[in-house]
Design a protein around this ligand. Sequence first.
Ligand SMILES: [Mg+2]
Length: 399
Amino acid sequence: MTPPTIVHLDADAFFVSCEQARDPALRGTKCAVGGAERGIISSASYEARACGVYTPMPTRRALRVCPDLILVRHTAGLYGRVSRQMFDLCESLTPLVQRNSIDEGYLDLGPCGWRTAEEVAAAVRGLQARLWAQLQIPVSFGIARNKLVAQIASKLRKPRGFVVVLPGDETAFLAPLPLGKLPGVGAKTEAALAGHGLRLVRDLFGRPEAELAAILGPGWREMLAQARGEDDRPVATEEEDAKSYSQQETFGADIGDFAAIERVAKGMVDGLMVKVRADGKRVRTLTVKVRYPDFSQASQGRSLAAATDLEAPFYPLVPVLLRGAWRSRRPLRLVSLKLSGVEDDPAQLEIFAAAENKRRRLAGVLDRLNRAGGGPAVKHGHQLPEKRPAPPAPPGNLH
Ligand SMILES: [Mg+2]
């Protein structure tokens, strides 16, 4: 039997663990990393969680539910440094490492050549032990045949979890879990599903397809596939993601106006492309992420057929990706953009069409003018203030 080789790792209470590694006196205490008085808790120790502190929670409220909470300020640079050391150790095990965030990622142990699940598990146990011995960071692991199941497994027995799902056992593993364990099923969706008698993953299997379609909407097939543990996304290695260009915009007030957000996002494409050209790079993939006031978020990305250092090819993707990521249409707190799939500008290797070169020269002139003016003196159309309010959109035209 082929062993499971996809691993999801998720550091436990990462910022707090970094602080505890730096100051072991914090171990075993009710402590949390967060901003003072008006701030937000960004990471809480398991002792603090037992006391009712969670993330994100306003610091003021955390101190109310847990008056003896030890509040630790963010240490600049520490978490990024420990994160790099953590993933460097992972790369000593396999070259196929995908960093998803500062404290989460996937490994593909396929290239290691282990022949049994026991061998894979022993190798990952060794990594877990090294992460603790060298960095004092507790990390939970899930091992499975694919990313979806590995991710659910790693989060199941935190902290210091270690869950292996053997190939073929995916459906049986997921069936007894609450539906909220599936990615994309948030607390609200979970409550709505419970209203239809759907609480556990296995509850989906007993319903006729037409009923599921009526309850779950257009995404019902996808959700059913998830419930069965089906997923074929590959582990994407870091060369692609190591270098990326990103920018985010937090809105003063939550915004629900699609056109306004699309304009902001296109403006961010412009800003990022200036940096891409300044670095002599080209980029291929655009990812749009949206975040709601409750900090839940969603993202969607798409790649062009070829990398470019021009803004225009990405403009048509902006509304498409925004629609895809912003399904609920609740007002947004933040939108962010990432350009990845970075390549060196192969200008010497390719003969560009004359028209593209002309646009590139124009873009270069705009960059220089904008630099000389100390700000965006020359603007693209979507950067101009709207002249008149847009006509009211017919309902549902955004989807
Ligand atoms: Mg974590």
